[in-house]
Structures are given as C-alpha cells and as structure tokens.
Design a protein around this ligand. Structure first.
Ligand code: 15L
Length: 278
C-alpha cells in the first residue's frame, strides 16, 4: 500500500480527508501548521510545523509516495501572507519532494485562478487563467511551479482546481461549483492509484448539471464524479442569493468584489468592495 502524506490536515478540507482515510485504515501521515493534531486513533502518524522549514518538510515526506498538499492560505489575504504560505511554502514542499524522492503531489489549486470569467462562459482545462485576487494568483503560480517540477525533475503533479468543496451545496453559485465530499475522496483515490499521470490539471467539481467547467481531461485519471448539486436546486433557489450583483456576475463569486475598482454599473456601494490591506 502506498504511504500518503496530507498537509493542511487541520483545515476545512484536510480534516474531512484525514478522518475518512484514517477510518478506512489508509497509511497516512497528517501534518497541521502551528496547532498540534489530536490523534484520531492510537498511534496515528501526526505532526505539525511550518512548511517553510526544510526540516519540517523532510519529516513530513520521509518514506512517502504521494503528498496531498492542502496546506496554505485558502482565502484572499494580504499579499505578504500569501507569498509566505502559498509561494515560499510551496517551493519548500517541492524541494522536499526532490530530496525525499516523493513521486507525486496533489496540489490544491482553486477556481479563483479563473474567477474573473463571467458565469456565462464555459471553460475547458486549457483556458487562459484569470485570477480574481492575490489568492487566485498564487494558485496560477502554484500550477506553473508544479509544471516546472515535472518538466525539470520528474515529480508528478495533479493540480486540482477546487470549486466549492462542501458536504452539501447551499447557494446558487454552488449549483455550478460544488465538489461533494464523496467525489473528493474518489478523486483523491484516483490521484493515488492512477498510473503515469505526469502533469495534469483537473477541475475539482462534481457532476453538476449546471457546471461551468468541462472536465474532459479527467478520464486520464479515471475520475468519475457521481454527486450532482442539482439534487439541491429546488431548496437552494427558493432562498435569496447571498451574493451581491458583482459576485453573481463572475465565477469567483464573492472573491471578485474584494478590492474591485472598475466603475461597473450595478456594483456601486456594494458591501463587497472592501479595500484590501496590502
Ligand atoms: C476556495 O478556493 C476557498 O478555499 C474556499 O474557502 C471557497 O471560497 C471556494 O474557493 C469557493 O470558491 O467556493
């Protein structure tokens, strides 16, 4: 059985993945950032530390076949934090993979790498990237970094542009972006088991009827989602849409309105236009 490492194990997605893998007995090493993890079962392989420290990365990756890399800043934040966690931290992780001979990394990219596309557009995997902020921009950089480590060092990567990974969808945007937990676990299993993935980018999304993203490349991985947000459409559409006009126009939703300064009609006075502290 392959040994898997999971970074960001204390986070929103990491805690779901960790609990599910431990429950079924997958050999897993889980790492959190500053806060120690309480073992879920006796003898669970857990650790914590700052991934900008090569010694911490070495500890995480020793004897590991596949890293699921969920650590990092996962929302829009001031640029210095994004640079430290999502740029510097990622370089340390890939350098550690070189040192430790890790064969494959699952890199948590995000739909915010393409968030400035209007909701009327349908995207294929090779679309031009249009980040909706510094967080999305860090994912563009991360995807390119993963590509470079495949091309120059032969470390495989699956970059997953995660939509909205939630137990269940709760708002109209999720009818297009939902990535159900069952599909997430199936996706990760394919990331571990599939042969010769090389460098691959996939939309992290369920089989949503209203999806904006064409996941044709996913066959190479054998990812076949079975969850569909349409099952929740009636109850979701009966409630008011929590997004403002701008958030409803763009695929990135509420992230688009953060520090948005174009003089577009319909967005003046929007609460979403908060200035970003640089
Ligand atoms: C993300 O990338 C975020 O990490 C998550 O918190 C959600 O905002 C998600 O995208 C989304 O767009 O729904």
């Amino acid at each position: 059985m392959k040994k898997i490492a999971l970074s960001g194990a204390g986070g929103q997605l990491g805690s779901v993945v960790r609990a599910a893998m431990i429950a079924r007995g997958t050999p897993l090493r889980s790492a959190a950032g500053s806060k120690a993890l309480t073992p879920l079962v006796e003898g669970e392989d857990v650790m914590h530390g700052d991934l900008r420290d090569p010694a911490v990365v070495d500890r995480l990756l020793e004897g590991v076949d596949v890293l699921i890399h969920f650590a990092g800043t996962s929302v829009e934040r001031p640029l210095p934090e994004i640079i430290e966690n999502n740029l510097r931290g990622l370089v340390e992780v890939y350098e550690g993979a070189r040192r430790q001979g890790v064969k494959r990394i699952v890199f948590a990219s995000s739909n915010h790498a393409i968030g400035m596309y209007p909701v009327t557009e349908r995207l294929s995997l090779d679309c031009e990237l249009r980040p909706d902020g510094f967080y999305g921009l860090s994912k563009v950089w991360g995807e390119a970094l993963a590509r470079m480590y495949w091309d120059k060092h032969g470390i495989e990567s699956v970059c997953v542009r995660i939509g909205s990974c939630l137990e269940r969808p709760s708002e109209p945007r999720h009818l297009s972006t939902w990535f159900g937990h069952r599909d997430l676990m199936h996706f990760l299993d394919r990331c571990v088991e599939a042969e010769n993935v090389g460098f691959l980018t996939i939309w992290g999304v369920s089989a949503n009827t209203r999806s904006w993203w064409d996941n044709s490349g996913a066959e190479r991985l054998g990812y076949q989602p079975t969850q569909n947000s349409e099952d929740y459409a009636e109850e979701i559409l009966a409630r008011p849409n929590p997004l403002d006009a701008l958030g409803q126009r763009f695929q990135g939703g509420s992230f688009v309105g953060i520090d948005y300064s174009r003089d577009d009609a319909g967005v003046h006075g929007s609460a979403a236009q908060a200035a970003r502290p640089l």
